[in-house]
Design a protein around this ligand. Structure first.
Ligand SMILES: Nc1ncnc2c1ncn2[C@@H]1O[C@H](COP(=O)(O)OP(=O)(O)O)[C@@H](O)[C@H]1O
Ligand SMILES: [Mg+2]
Length: 414
């Protein structure tokens, strides 16, 4: 058997020596490179593609976890092992959320180290055996209800070009079945209950088909069925779904509960929806600050303004500055058009494909699927912006967005 290849990142010299020693004592491992500078080591790891990378968490674990998240995104076949003297459940959870496959307590306990090595070997064997299909998970999220996330999630799902499942994670009161005009017989609680024995045909029976490309994984019919669903079930269910679908579009709740966090953690992309009103802007700013703390890279988040109108008397540039990130899409406000499509039980991209809202949602979907370059909407569109600013060329000098929204520090810009 080929030895498992390792790299080590550790800012503490003693820890580096300790880890080196432990690896050297095991003949089935080979250390390729060890160092203390993440920026130097990152390109080395990308080039060498080791089986595993041990990353020690130092005095500022948030920096180290950001590095872990970056590495996990760039090198998914490298097993990342976080090592720390702080082995609290919180630190372990944060490590796993950032993308670590395992956690090693320091100082090293021999038996534990061997278990970690065994698990790393299993992980590496699985990488070689069958590279599993990994559909793209897209969460359409707003930390405030009523911004139109269910509407947008449904329409993005209906616009994606290949096999897509829309997952209703409003477990207590999900209503996506109405948005699609389907009558599901089963729900996510059935999938959770039978997840250990799920195969293609069982999974198919739990889904409500809408079209050749689109199916719905509905929320439970009875709210109390949701009580038995735990965050780890959501992890497993999303894994099952992404192995079988090209896109998994999630409509989570508007709170940072553990189910929502499990879904957001697993999302490759978060479409963060807001409307241009002060409570929604403040709520979005808080959501971004939470994403930062969770170590989500900012490129995972696309900000989408819904119910946009050039009549809204607010300086968009101030909003973007406050959020620390540009808005990537503007969906027009048109209550009648949206509500008619919802009442019809048909996504607007089908019931009124030539509408401006449908066109903008198709553009968002095309950037998700890679059919359109992200830049085409990442660029704030000048036509819209100019017309907006023409209305208030200098802005209201007495108007200070941050003062009105609160004293929180705006999250760092990307
Ligand atoms: N672009 C829009 N313009 C006008 N009304 C909209 C728009 N998008 C959504 N709505 C309306 O907002 C309401 C809430 O939408 P919904 O998708 O249920 O929000 P959420 O899931 O965020 O709570 C619906 O009545 C819908 O018709
Ligand atoms: Mg909703």
């Amino acid at each position: 058997m080929n030895p498992l290849t390792f790299v080590i990142l550790s800012t503490g010299l003693d820890t580096l020596k300790e880890l080196r020693g432990a690896l050297a004592a095991n003949e089935d491992t080979r250390l390729l490179v060890g160092g203390d500078d993440p920026e130097q080591l990152f390109p080395e790891i990308v080039r060498l593609r080791p089986n595993a990378a041990i990353i020690t968490l130092g005095a500022h674990p948030e920096h180290d976890l950001k590095f872990v998240a970056r590495l996990a995104a760039e090198c998914p076949t490298t097993a990342i092992i976080c090592a720390s003297r702080d082995a609290s459940p919180d630190m372990i959870l944060r490590s796993l959320r950032a993308g670590a496959k395992d956690f090693l307590r320091l100082p090293i306990i021999k038996g534990e180290f061997e278990t970690v090595l065994e698990r790393t070997a299993e992980f590496c064997a699985a990488q070689v055996e069958a590279p599993k299909k990994r559909g793209r998970v897209v969460a359409v999220f707003s930390s405030k209800g009523g911004c139109g996330t269910s509407f947008i999630a449904t329409n993005i799902a209906a616009s994606l070009p290949s096999r897509t499942v829309l997952v209703d994670l409003n477990l207590q009161a999900g209503d996506l079945a109405l948005f699609l005009g389907v009558d599901p017989k089963f729900s996510i609680s059935d999938l959770v209950e039978n997840r250990a024995r799920v195969d293609d045909s069982l999974l198919k029976s739990y889904l409500a088909p809408y079209s050749t490309n689109l199916s719905l994984m509905a929320a439970p019919r009875e709210a109390d069925l949701a009580d038995d669903i735990e965050p780890e079930h959501i992890f497993e269910v999303l894994e099952v779904l992404r192995e079988r679908f090209d896109y998994v579009v999630i409509d989570p709740q508007h709170t940072f509960d553990s189910i929502t966090l499990a879904a957001l953690d697993q999302a490759d992309e978060i479409v963060l929806v807001l409307s241009i009103d002060i409570p929604a802007i403040r709520s979005t700013q808080r959501a971004l600050a939470i994403f930062d703390r969770l170590g989500y890279p900012r490129h995972k988040v696309r900000i989408v303004v819904n119910r946009w109108s050039k009549q809204i008397d607010l300086d968009l540039r101030q909003v973007e500055r406050f959020l620390g990130q540009p808005v990537t899409a503007f969906i027009q406000s048109d209550y009648l058009t949206t509500v008619n499509s919802i009442n019809l039980g048909q996504p607007l991209v089908e019931s009124d494909p030539s509408s401006r809202i449908a066109a903008e949602i198709r553009r968002i979907a095309a950037t998700i699927s890679g059919e359109a370059p992200a830049a085409s909407i990442a660029e704030p569109r000048k036509g819209l912006m100019n017309s907006f600013f023409r209305r208030q060329p200098t802005g209201d000098p007495n108007f200070n967005l941050r003062a009105r929204i609160g004293k929180e520090k705006a999250p760092a810009a990307i």
